[in-house]
Design a protein around this ligand. Structure first.
Ligand SMILES: [Zn+2]
Length: 415
């Protein structure tokens, strides 16, 4: 059975066209702002899915038998549902939440609850989609909030750890590749990350105009518009994520263990279980204590680094903290970055701090630099270390450049 492309076109037109006659329940939905996104979708037939799923490259996998049996409004509703997974970048956000095979169903359900809220006012919500009520929470919240609740609730579905093509809405929703999905380099074509950003921007502009003209309650999607047109991603999870990834990278490279000490271990005092004596990744923090750095912002950034280490449960983690302005003032071994005394208030040259970290033995695996960026940088990073440059500032457009070898995280004061 081949895909009925004509029906697919009709479903898209049904979503975007204005009704010609008096409104009945099946009249076109007048959502022209969705056009940029709908026409970017790449249809792929797949008998393995129930209805429609998507991947992160904007392919939609459609069961041709389902499309044959669906009405135009049913097909349109599924297309709108899928398009909102992609517009809201549920793939990227799933990765930010460390969604894996065991949590994918809960995350998928959380994202569906937000899409339900967006689609309901236009009566295009597919009946099978989860809603905020399934989480016993109010509608209009972010997927991350429903997901946080969902971690304590049974989500149902198949066995944890396996994800079938029929599970959920595809990697477009949870970032986890299914066997029926094609890779990024497939002949089918792909919407690149760059193009997707541009599509989101165009839809957001049209959506804002449309909502103003109509004067209806825009619901949850207006927040998406604001975030798409004026991105204000909180930096805290980005910094914590960068630290976790760097430590994970270091852990993968060496024979490290960074799992939580098992309960069994603590109930057997004096007995060392296998793995426990292995070294853990070493972390150094170079703190810019020159006068130009905002103390409060610095404290918050240090707290995030500490939080990321704590979340990994690195047993016996030791952190070396260098307080540097134009000279290294203090070097301390501490359990947490915020336990270090920070000294200095002069000009800025962090090269001395990075050199000191490079000379440390044993060598650090991860070096986190906290600075306003007004410093010269060495031409090369400390050998064999992953470097994170957390740039602390007020205004994104004033932030100085960082070297290509450092992972940059911009930490801005809320204004
Ligand atoms: Zn979905």
């Amino acid at each position: 059975m081949t895909l009925d492309l004509q029906k697919l076109s009709a479903a898209k037109l049904w979503l975007i066209s204005a009704p010609v006659a008096a409104r009945d329940t099946n009249a076109p939905r007048d959502l022209p702002y969705l056009a940029h996104a709908l026409y970017a979708l790449i249809p792929v037939e797949s008998a393995e899915v129930h209805r429609v799923t998507g991947d992160e490259w904007w392919r939609m996998y459609i069961n041709p038998a389902w499309l044959d049996s669906a009405t135009i409004p049913e097909a349109g509703a599924e297309l709108a549902h899928l398009v909102w997974h992609l517009l809201a970048d549920h793939t990227g956000r799933a990765r930010d939440q460390d969604v894996d095979r065991s949590t994918a169903r809960a995350w998928n359900k959380a994202t569906d609850a937000t899409i339900s809220h967006t689609l309901a006012p236009d009566a295009i919500r597919p009946d099978h989609l989860a809603t905020a009520a399934d989480f016993a929470m109010r509608p209009g919240l972010a997927a991350e909030q429903y997901y946080a609740r969902a971690s304590g609730l049974p989500v149902g579905g198949g066995e944890p750890g396996t994800l079938e093509p029929t599970d959920g809405c595809g990697s477009a929703a949870d970032g986890i590749h299914r066997r029926h999905e094609h890779g990024p380099d497939s002949d089918l074509g792909a919407v690149s990350t760059f193009d997707a950003t541009e599509i989101r921007r165009l839809v957001a502009i049209d959506y804002r105009d449309h909502a103003l003209r109509r004067g209806t309650d825009p619901g949850d999607a207006l927040r998406w518009v604001k975030e798409t047109l004026e991105p204000r991603t909180p930096w805290e999870p980005l910094l914590a994520g960068a630290v976790r990834r760097a430590i994970g990278w270091a852990a993968g490279r060496g024979d490290y263990t960074y799992t939580r000490p098992s309960r069994r271990a603590s109930s057997l005092p004096g007995i060392v279980l296998p793995g426990q004596h292995r070294p853990v990744p070493r972390l150094s923090i170079v703190v810019d204590t020159s006068a130009s750095v905002d103390d409060q912002l610095l404290a918050r950034a240090l707290g995030e680094v500490d939080g990321a280490i704590a979340a990994l449960g690195v047993p016996g983690a030791n952190v070396t903290v260098y307080s540097v302005d134009a000279a290294v003032h203090t070097v301390e071994k501490v359990r947490r970055g915020r336990d270090a005394k920070l000294v200095g208030a002069g000009g800025t040259d962090l090269r001395v701090g990075l050199r000191a970290a490079a000379d440390e033995r044993p060598r650090p695996d991860v070096v986190v630099v906290l600075t306003d960026g007004g410093t010269p940088w060495p031409t090369t990073p400390p050998p064999a270390a992953a470097v994170i440059a957390a740039i602390l500032g007020r205004d994104r457009k004033d932030l100085p450049r960082t070297p290509a070898w450092a992972v940059r995280v911009e930490c801005l004061v809320e204004t």
